[in-house]
Design a protein around this ligand. Structure first.
Ligand SMILES: [Zn+2]
Length: 246
């Protein structure tokens, strides 16, 4: 089975540290074909750690890695995009919870992220969630005005707003990180099997749920497999990401 995970992290998360080796071993144990990964060292603005963690995971997993460049206001202010590094970035990420009011249509930092997305022809992953600054609605105008750029709304949350974005903007995808399987199924049943990406936020569920990550992962994917048709399953777990990340 071929499977792409569109949302994975390496690096520190509160008291936990998920090393490149740990992530590599976990993803290999589940035979994941490819995964888009960004470093949580970005949250600490530890950019040298970002580069070394991403390079290390590439060394371990080669072409399986779809490196995701997590952009901060500080990086833009100081012109540090890490583009000189020998890394083939396949996705950009922004986090409006960490940096509120920076990335919407009127946000000071949106133009640069859009420029990078266009230059490299790669999608922008937006951390979305229940807080108003992270709501899909906050980004609807930005997404609508930039219809040539693809956006991934991470976590598909809140669900109604995420579905509304799918409905209104053909350039929107959701990723399933932390999404309950029944909500993923709801998206499929509404006809969005081509707009949902398998994403898991690995290894962060380990922090919130204190679970065995492999068991958590396999259980979720089996549950999803059992509730949708084969076409939708393959679109979500492989083909959608393959065409989006190239
Ligand atoms: Zn994440």
């Amino acid at each position: 089975m071929k499977l792409i995970d569109a949302h994975v992290h390496v690096g520190p998360f509160f008291d936990n540290y998920y090393s490149p080796l740990f992530v590599h071993q976990l993803m290999s144990s589940m035979k994941i074909s490819q995964y888009a990964i960004s470093s949580t060292s970005t949250c600490e603005e530890n950019y040298s750690a970002v580069i070394s963690e991403i390079k290390e995971i590439i060394k371990l997993d080669g072409d399986k890695i779809l490196p995701t460049l997590w952009i901060t206001p500080n990086m833009i202010d100081n012109r540090m995009y890490m583009l000189n590094e020998d890394i083939n970035w396949r996705c950009l990420k922004i986090h409006p919870g960490l940096h509120p009011n920076c990335w919407d249509l009127k946000g000071k930092y949106s133009p640069k992220v859009l420029e990078l997305s266009r230059e490299f022809q790669i999608p922008i992953l937006i951390h979305t969630g229940d807080e108003i600054e992270c709501n899909p609605n906050t980004f609807l105008e930005l997404i609508n005005y930039n219809f040539d750029v693809n956006f991934i709304l991470a976590h598909g949350r809140p669900l109604q707003q995420a579905i509304n974005a799918l409905e209104r903007c053909p350039n929107v995808y959701l990723d399933s990180a932390f999404m309950p399987v029944n909500q993923m199924v709801q998206c499929i049943n509404l006809g969005y099997s081509e707009r949902l990406l398998w994403g898991t936020d690995m290894c962060i569920p380990g922090y919130y749920y204190n679970v065995n990550l492999k068991k958590y992962y396999v259980k979720k994917i089996k549950s999803f497999r059992n509730q949708v048709d084969g076409y939708s399953f393959e679109r979500v777990t492989y083909h959608n990401a393959k065409s989006l990340f190239g």
